[in-house]
Ligand binder design. Sequence first.
Ligand code: FMN
Length: 192
Amino acid sequence: MSVFDTIKNRRSIGKMTPEQPTYQQIERILEAATHAPNHHHVEPWKFIVLTGKAREQLGAVMAESLAARLETTTSEKAQAALNKERNKLLRSPVVIVVAAEQPDRPEVLEIENIEAVAAAVQNMLLTAEELGLACMWRTGSAAYDPHVKKWLGLTPHEHIVAFVYLGFPAISRVERIPTHFQKKTTWLGWEA
Ligand SMILES: Cc1cc2nc3c(=O)[nH]c(=O)nc-3n(C[C@H](O)[C@H](O)[C@H](O)COP(=O)(O)O)c2cc1C
């Protein structure tokens, strides 16, 4: 399949079976990520692969962090939200946290590190598509929570760019019909 076809066919799939992708499949996805463009050759990505109990452990930290942000934790609504947060990572057998490092040189811009990591995430999604896996890029408030970052071994200044959910599809994909690119494009100096 051409890169163009893979790009067009890729769909985010939120519902996955419990079947775990192989170690080799995950390695291939991570390798693809490391081929993303990045300025000053800083390779600003970090990956944390969560499977099995690690998803439950981080889910507990996410729920604790959410509880600290809520005004009350005793209401039915709050309990439902906390329960949802605790179980979020169990929606797929593997979750890869993808983070952007903080620049350590003046010429390296924080936004460019984040952009490079976003490109790495897209490489991961496309590779998952090519491997026939289900994949979904998610964030949510946990991605910006300092306690979550700490548990993952990240500093507060590093950015969680994605929770990449990975598994095998449990639902069929629906067609994507994006806004036509001409509506988003200005052509300057182009002589057809
Ligand atoms: C930075 C970023 C964060 C996202 N976070 C979420 C999220 O937390 N939950 C969600 O349902 N979709 C999230 N999405 C959107 C999905 O990943 C997906 O792109 C969207 O549902 C469209 O589906 P498609 O990728 O098949 O076109 C996020 C996308 C990006 C780029």
